[in-house]
Design a protein around this ligand. Structure first.
Ligand code: HEM
Ligand code: HEM
Length: 340
C-alpha cells in the first residue's frame, strides 16, 4: 500500500510538473538556435559580416567616437547599463537603451513602437542629434572613402549598380542584428521538455508569473516586446520612475488613450540589463518586479513571491554570442574628419 501511495504521489507530482510545462508552452516559445529568416533580407555571410563592421563602426557618428555598440554593448548584455544613454557631445538621451539581443523577435520596436523593424530602426540613431549626430550624406561619403567598404557592399548586395547607400547600410546592420540571439537559456530547455532545467524556486516563480497575470503583457518568445500598455495601468508609479515629460506612445499616435503607454518590455536576459524601465530609474530587479505588481496588477507581491519571480526571470538568460571585434578599414584622405 505504501509503495502504491508513493507511486501515486510521484505520478501526481509529475502530472503537476507537466501541467506547468504545458501551460508554459501555451504562453511562451523557446528562442531558436539559429537566426530567423527576415522577409526581404537574406542573411548571407557577406552581408552579416558587413553589418557587424557597421555595428562597431564609430565613424558612422560625426564625432568618430560613437558606434551602435557604444549604447548596445554586446559584452554588457546588449545595452549600456546607464539609466539613459549618453550620446553625441555627452548629451544625455531621454530613455534607457534596450538590449539588441533578440530584438529581431520583438513585434514592436522601441519603448514607443516608432519603428516597424530593425532596418527602419537603425536609420534613427545615426541621425539623432543626441545619439550619433550624422547625416545619410556624410555616412555615404565616409563609406565611399574606404575601398574595402565599397568592395564589401558590392559583395553583400550583388548586382546593384550603386550598392553603397544609407538604405543598404541599415539592411546589413539588420542582418547582423538577426544573429544576436541568445538560445539555450534554462527556460528554453524547460520549454523543450527538460523538467530539471528549472529548480523548485524557479518553477514557483514561473507559476506565479502566469497565475498573477504577468503573462497578460509579457508572453511569447521574448516574454514581452509584443504590445503596448499603459505604464501605471492600475496605479501610476512615482515621477522618479515615470517622469511626466515622456508620454510614450502618445508622441507617435497623438491619441489621448496612448498617454504613458509603453511597450511591455521583452524580459529575455533581464538580469543583464539593469537599470530598468524606460527611465532607467530602478536598479534592482526585485524592485522592478514589485513595481510591476502594484502599477500593472494592483497587487502587493510579498518578498518571497518577488524572490521566486526574480529566480524565474534569471532563467531567461541565454547563451550570449561571443563576438570578435571586427578590424575596420583605415580612413583615407577622403574620409570626412571628425567634428564636435
Ligand atoms: C533602441 C539598434 C545606436 C540608444 C534601439 C533598438 C535597436 C537599436 C534595435 C530597439 C530595441 C528594441 O526596441 O527592443 C541600434 C543600432 C545603432 C544604434 C543598429 C547604430 C546604428 C544607438 C546609439 C545609442 C542608442 C549610438 C546611444 C547614444 C538607444 C536608445 C534606444 C535604442 C536610448 C531606445 C529608444 C526609444 O525607445 O525611444 N537601438 N542602436 N542606440 N537605442 Fe539604439
Ligand atoms: C516592464 C516584469 C506585469 C507591462 C517590465 C520590467 C519588468 C517587468 C522586470 C522592466 C523591464 C526592463 O526595464 O527592461 C513584470 C512582472 C509582472 C509584470 C514580473 C507581473 C508581476 C505586467 C503587466 C503589464 C506589464 C500585467 C501590462 C498591463 C509592462 C510595461 C513595461 C514593463 C508597459 C515597460 C514600462 C516602462 O515604460 O518602462 N515588466 N511585469 N507588465 N511591463 Fe511588466
Amino acid at each position: 500500500v505504501k509503495a502504491l501511495a508513493i507511486s501515486l504521489g510521484m505520478m501526481a507530482g509529475s502530472a503537476m510538473a507537466d501541467d506547468l510545462m504545458d501551460r508554459a508552452n501555451s504562453m511562451f516559445e523557446p528562442i531558436p538556435k539559429y537566426p530567423p529568416v527576415i522577409d526581404g533580407n537574406e542573411l548571407t555571410q557577406a552581408k552579416v559580416e558587413l553589418g557587424k563592421m557597421l555595428f562597431f563602426e564609430p565613424r558612422l557618428s560625426s564625432s568618430h567616437l560613437i558606434s551602435c555598440n557604444t549604447c548596445h554593448n554586446v559584452g554588457l548584455g546588449g545595452d549600456d547599463e546607464l539609466p539613459t544613454s549618453i550620446g553625441h557631445g555627452w548629451q544625455k538621451g531621454p530613455r534607457n537603451s534596450p538590449t539588441v539581443f533578440n530584438a529581431v523577435f520583438n513585434a514592436a520596436q522601441f519603448w514607443d513602437g516608432r519603428a516597424a523593424d530593425l532596418a527602419e530602426q537603425a536609420k534613427g540613431p545615426v541621425q539623432a542629434g543626441v545619439e550619433m549626430s550624422s547625416t545619410p550624406d556624410r555616412v555615404v561619403s565616409t563609406l565611399n572613402s574606404m575601398p574595402e567598404y565599397i568592395e564589401r557592399f558590392e559583395d553583400a548586395f550583388p548586382g546593384q549598380d550603386n550598392p553603397v547607400t544609407f538604405d543598404n547600410m541599415v539592411v546589413a546592420i539588420e542582418a547582423y542584428e538577426a544573429t544576436l540571439i541568445t538560445p539555450e537559456a534554462p527556460f528554453d530547455k524547460y520549454l523543450r521538455g527538460d523538467s530539471a532545467a528549472l529548480n523548485e524556486k524557479e518553477k514557483e516563480g514561473l507559476a506565479l508569473f502566469m497565475d498573477r497575470g504577468c503573462t497578460a503583457c509579457h508572453s511569447g518568445m521574448n516574454v514581452g516586446g509584443q504590445n503596448y500598455y499603459p505604464f501605471g495601468l492600475v496605479a501610476k508609479p512615482g515621477a522618479e520612475i515615470l517622469p511626466a515629460g515622456d508620454k510614450g506612445r502618445f508622441s507617435v499616435t497623438e491619441t489621448a488613450s496612448d498617454e504613458y503607454v509603453f511597450r511591455a518590455s521583452p524580459l529575455r536576459n533581464i538580469e543583464l540589463t539593469a537599470p530598468y524601465f524606460h527611465s532607467g530609474a530602478v536598479w534592482s530587479l526585485e524592485e522592478a518586479v514589485a513595481v510591476m505588481g502594484t502599477a500593472q496588477l494592483g497587487t502587493e507581491l510579498n518578498d518571497s513571491e518577488v524572490k521566486s519571480i526574480v529566480a524565474f526571470l534569471k532563467t531567461l538568460t541565454g547563451n550570449i554570442p561571443e563576438v570578435t571585434y571586427p578590424v575596420l578599414p583605415p580612413s583615407t584622405a577622403d574620409t570626412p574628419k571628425p567634428v564636435d
